[in-house]
Design a protein around this ligand. Structure first.
Ligand SMILES: [Zn+2]
Length: 108
C-alpha cells in the first residue's frame, strides 16, 4: 500500500475508504482567511479556542509542536504527553451575554 493512501478496510471485494481528508470547500479570498481558521497540523477548520497555559505548555511547547492547532489535534498531543483525563470539557467563554447567545430569548 502506498504510504500516502487513506486508511481503509477491505469489505468483500470492495475497498471501504475512511478518509481523514477534509471535504473540498470553496476557498475564501486570502485576505479574508483568519490566520487560525485552519489547523496547521491536520488542515481541518479550526475555531477560536484556548487551553490553560500549564496544559498547553506540557502538550505543545514542551515538544515544539505547531501552535495553530484545532482542539482535536491539541487533545491528541496532550494525550501523547501523558495527559489523559476521563473526558475533555468544551465550554463557551462569554464576555458579554446577549440574551440569544446561549439560546435564551427574552419572551416578554
Ligand atoms: Zn488539527
Amino acid at each position: 500500500m502506498p504510504s500516502n493512501s487513506a486508511p481503509g478496510r477491505e469489505s468483500g471485494d470492495v475497498a471501504v475508504v475512511e478518509s481523514a481528508h477534509p471535504v473540498a470547500r470553496p476557498a475564501p479570498a486570502a485576505d479574508l482567511i483568519h490566520p487560525e481558521a485552519f489547523c496547521n497540523r491536520c488542515q481541518r477548520p479550526n475555531v477560536t479556542w484556548f487551553a490553560p497555559s500549564e496544559l498547553w505548555n506540557k502538550a505543545v511547547r514542551a515538544i515544539g509542536a505547531e501552535e495553530i492547532l484545532c482542539p482535536v489535534c491539541f487533545i491528541q498531543l496532550a494525550e501523547a504527553a501523558g495527559i489523559r483525563p476521563t473526558a475533555w470539557e468544551v465550554t463557551p467563554e462569554i464576555h458579554e451575554q446577549p440574551a440569544d447567545l446561549m439560546g435564551e430569548r427574552d419572551e416578554s
